[in-house]
Design a protein. Sequence first.
Length: 168
Amino acid sequence: MLGGVRQLKYPLEFRIADPNWSDFPRALEDIIRLLQSAPLEVEASSKKEEELLNLLVDVGTVMWRLQRRLTVGGKVPEEFRRMSRDVESAWDALRQGGIEIKDHTGEKYDGGMALHVIAFQPVAGLSQKEVIETIKPTIYHKEKLIRVGQVIVGVPEKDATPQGPEQT
């Protein structure tokens, strides 16, 4: 009723006619039936997808750790070459599935980065804040962040000492 009254404040050519609700009970039953069935399907699907992504995060983290442990000074020792090829095959499978695993070690640190900083550590010789160690990598699925990485950030030693008003 109020809808019809509100229409009176508009010019005749802009007024919207009252809806015809002759089939309202049947339409309402159809809507209720759809709403009752749809959320269960969506919830089950998203729950399975979430479980799968959690599994991929765990597998990706283990693969990242294995690759780091197999590499000594940027090279793979001869006794680990065969195992390293298997790890590379697993990396390729993850990449083809849309999983990207990012190690932040050596990157310049910016406070706006999507990283969980465990600690800030003073390091001699640094001129700017830099990620000195990645504890857990950042993981993306089809360019969407699914887990934030954990890092330790090195800060220049001069930034580590608090500067009071008497120190300049």
